[in-house]
Ligand binder design. Structure first.
Ligand SMILES: Cc1cc2nc3c(=O)[nH]c(=O)nc-3n(C[C@H](O)[C@H](O)[C@H](O)COP(=O)(O)O)c2cc1C
Length: 219
């Protein structure tokens, strides 16, 4: 079964994420296609990004600057698919979420795996700018952002007393997202098993080094 990690991308007290994330987790668990784990960034107080190639160590089992970053890399790498639950902070994703993604970029933790977004906001936007920005960010991590998302405007009134969405559109959107995620998770798992290319930035560096060596004068 596909290992799905649900990343809760805001941490502040009184956050609206506490209305959205439990619903996403319970519907994902009931879907049947996933073994679900919630990664709440409140439980992962990662340091401000401070990695460099000296802190990375062995890329297949990176040391990183702190044990918590090492553990975060491990839990992210040990996934087949992700749902990011995000609000919109100043037209982008929250800084704490960006920091969590940047922290494991060098070890390719998200690489060749699907990432779906559930966005919510207090106003009418439903975090659509943050969702679009998230897609750009995860492409750089060589992950695969999905087209179908869940957009929840006016999040404070979007759930009833039992924790279910008041809009049928919201529920239907999550069902579509989960079906897509299950399909992409299976397809990419098969592709990874068949063999992965080295990351693009590594292949590019190798190609440049080779071209420069070919140009160097021979003694
Ligand atoms: C720092 C900050 C920036 C925000 N920027 C936006 C924004 O750009 N667009 C928007 O629709 N809502 C914005 N909001 C309002 C959020 O949608 C709303 O506060 C939401 O509940 C935040 O998610 P959280 O409660 O899980 O932290 C912002 C809120 C904060 C705290």
């Amino acid at each position: 079964m596909s290992k799905l990690k649900i990343i809760v991308g805001t941490t502040r007290p009184t956050r609206a994420a506490d209305r959205v994330a439990p619903w996403v987790a319970s519907v994902a668990a009931a879907h049947g296609g996933f073994e679900v784990e919630v990664l709440d960034l409140r439980d992962w107080p990662l340091p401000f990004f401070s990695e460099h190639f000296g802190t990375l160590g062995d890329i297949n089992d990176p040391t990183y600057s702190e044990p918590l970053v090492k553990a975060w890399n491990k839990v992210i790498k040990d996934a087949d698919a992700y749902i990011v639950v995000t609000s919109e902070y100043n037209h982008s994703i929250p800084g704490v979420l960006k920091n969590a993604i940047d922290s494991v970029w060098a070890s390719n933790a998200f690489r060749n795996k699907p990432v779906a977004a559930v966005g919510y906001s207090a106003g009418i936007s439903g975090a659509i700018r943050a969702i679009e920005h998230l897609a750009q960010i995860v492409v750089e991590a060589e992950a695969v952002p999905l087209r179908n998302t869940v957009v929840i405007p006016f999040a404070n009134g979007a759930f009833d007393d039992t924790g279910r969405p008041t809009s049928a559109d919201t529920s239907a959107a999550l069902d579509v997202l989960l079906d897509d995620l299950a399909w992409w998770s299976g397809a990419l798992e098969q592709a990874r098993t068949a063999g992965e290319l080295l990351p693009g930035r590594v292949r590019l560096r190798d190609a440049v080094l080779k071209a420069e060596a070919a140009k160097a004068p021979t003694a």
